[in-house]
Design a protein around this ligand. Structure first.
Ligand SMILES: [Zn+2]
Length: 62
């Protein structure tokens, strides 16, 4: 899924969840202004957990 199809479903942000055991930090990340062709899983590669610094982030459309 990319941002274009996500927007078709009316979602404007994604929920990012840290996969590190014992952390589980969640954040809502607004995707306004990001290009349509970015794939949703790729967003996780660019994010870092604000609590533990992990880059193991799972992304689901909000
Ligand atoms: Zn974390």
């Amino acid at each position: 899924m990319d941002l274009a199809s996500m927007r078709e479903y009316g979602a404007r942000s994604v929920e990012a969840t840290c996969q590190t055991l014992g952390c589980g930090q969640e954040a809502i990340v607004n995707m306004d202004g990001r290009p349509d062709e970015i794939s949703v899983p790729d967003i996780g590669l660019k994010l870092k957990c604000s609590r533990c610094g992990s880059r193991d982030i799972k992304i689901i459309p909000d």
